[in-house]
Write a protein that binds this ligand. Structure first.
Ligand code: CS2
Length: 473
């Protein structure tokens, strides 16, 4: 890879205007560079305090290097390295929840951004409403020191209200449809249980813009760290790897209009994000999840390997053309066929080693918005969806925990145990029905509509294996 070192941002360091909850690789490779560019272009105190809600790993990696890290763009040929110095501190929430609440209540902080993954919203994925039985939500209600991201937002807003301060804007950057609406909903539900007046104030004064985020960012591996060190001669304990492509579409609705100058650096500031979210979730993420389950079962380790397998690329192109695009309203000015062609190129990028196993994680939280929404639309319109049904069957085969060679699959999912028990407790003939009964994932109407097609697809997976079943579509 050819290396171009971009100028680091330099001193003096900006004031902290943003608290980011869920400081994983994604936001460090996506949102933070964009915030850095907005400050380079237009100034502003938009330094970021990152927060890990569970483990100290990221803080421990970044603290010794002053929270600076390298963002490596991986293009099919060459790429660039950039040192990002926008993170000013990293807090580990469970170590000191009060320190985090103090920071979130600071009047300088205008924006709280979130990448807490689908399951971080403690909601019911099928309905989008708060799950009051979630252990973290129970803990949030039992005491004043929160555990969940939603709990921290509510308690911090409570302090701001008490101090007579304006609320911060909450900007969700997770792959959920109408992510701002979902966030607002779960925050208001929890606030209502704590103090109805607080809930009314948040409903009136708070802002929760929706946003669509897109950049492929595989988990950083030890190999990546070693390769980077060999190339630059410097050890970075916390670099991030990302593709060249990026797209951020944000609903322009912030408390007092205060935000980094995103529009100046290519972020699309719009009044309605929903068509963009639907396009991205139902085309990119649906294809990703389909390729992850079926590709994993077929023995492929990475998305690039799946997308370069002609049997799979034909399958994915057919999914888009016949099952997904006909059920989608394109955002203004976007050609969905071109978008699909660009997606396939991105998936094929050989420099990105995005593991099928990584994308297969948390399927119970991902299927509704990625795949089931389109299936429902197609069912209502009498449009066949054999490819998407096969993808759902692939997920069912995957959560059974044993691959086609009889090897164990390390299934990562908040419902993993229950899914495994349902799968093990059923026969080959009634397994699909058993898994369709999981109401967090499938509504009862969806279960009825899906059963014949998914059961037939599941049979094919058992009979001929994933790759052949994909080839039959
Ligand atoms: C992926 C996404 O892990 C996953 O489920 O589908 O993280 C995907 O890479 C991003 O949404 C791309 O923008």
């Amino acid at each position: 890879m050819s290396v171009e070192l971009l100028k680091p941002q330099g001193t003096p360091r900006p004031g902290v205007g943003i608290v980011h909850l869920g400081l994983g690789a994604f936001f460090r490779a996506f949102g933070i560079p964009w915030i850095a560019e907005a400050m380079e272009t237009s100034g502003g105190d938009w330094g970021v305090v990152g927060v890990s809600l569970r483990s100290p790993t990221v803080r421990n990696a970044l603290a010794p290097q002053g929270f600076a890290y390298t963002a490596a763009e991986l293009a099919p040929s060459g790429g660039t390295l950039r040192v990002i110095e926008t993170v000013q501190d990293v807090l580990v929430a469970p170590e000191d929840p009060l320190a985090l609440l103090d920071r979130m209540s600071d009047p300088m902080v205008k924006l709280v951004t979130l990448t807490i993954t689908e399951k971080g919203y403690c909601h019911n994925p099928a309905t989008g409403t708060l799950n009051p039985d979630h252990p973290d939500i129970r803990a949030d209600l039992a005491g004043e020191l929160p555990k969940s991201a939603v709990g921290f937002i509510v308690r911090a807003l409570q302090r701001r209200k008490a101090a007579g301060r304006a609320p911060f804007t909450v900007l969700s950057c997770d792959n959920l449809p109408e992510n701002g609406r979902v966030t607002r909903g779960v925050v208001l539900e929890l606030a209502e249980k704590i103090d109805p007046e607080l809930a009314a104030w948040i409903a009136e004064e708070g802002r929760f813009p929706c946003s669509m985020v897109d950049r492929i960012v595989p988990a950083t591996t030890d190999d990546d760290i070693a390769r980077l060190e060999a190339e630059t001669g410097r050890h970075d304990a916390g670099p991030v790897m990302h593709e060249p492509f990026r797209q951020w579409v944000i609903e322009d609705d912030f408390v007092n209009g205060e935000r980094p100058d995103f529009g100046a650096v290519g972020v699309q500031m719009v009044s309605d994000v929903v068509p963009f979210e639907h396009m991205k979730l139902r085309m990119l993420n649906a294809a990703h999840s389909s390729m992850a389950y079926l590709g994993y079962l077929a023995g492929h380790e990475t998305i690039s390997a799946v997308a370069c397998d002609p049997v799979f690329s034909r399958f994915v192109e057919g999914l888009w053309k016949r099952e997904i695009i006909p059920a989608l309203a394109a955002p203004e000015g976007v050609d969905l066929e071109e978008y699909a062609a660009q997606l396939l190129e991105r998936f094929r990028n050989p420099a990105i080693r995005h593991r099928t196993w990584q994308i297969a994680m948390d399927g119970s939280q991902k299927l509704p918005q990625r795949i089931l929404a389109t299936l429902e639309e197609n069912h209502a319109n009498g449009r066949p969806s054999p490819g998407l049904e096969l993808a759902v069957a692939g997920w069912m085969r995957y959560v059974g925990g044993v691959d086609e060679k009889g090897e164990a699959i390390d299934v990562q999912d908040p419902l993993a145990e229950r899914l495994r028990a349902l799968s093990d407790g059923a026969s080959d003939e009634n397994r699909v029905q058993a898994l369709l009964s999981v109401r967090e994932v499938f509504s009862s109407a969806q279960a009825v509509a899906l059963e014949p097609g998914v059961a037939a697809a599941y049979d094919r997976l058992l009979e001929v294996g994933a790759r052949n079943a994909v080839g039959e579509i």
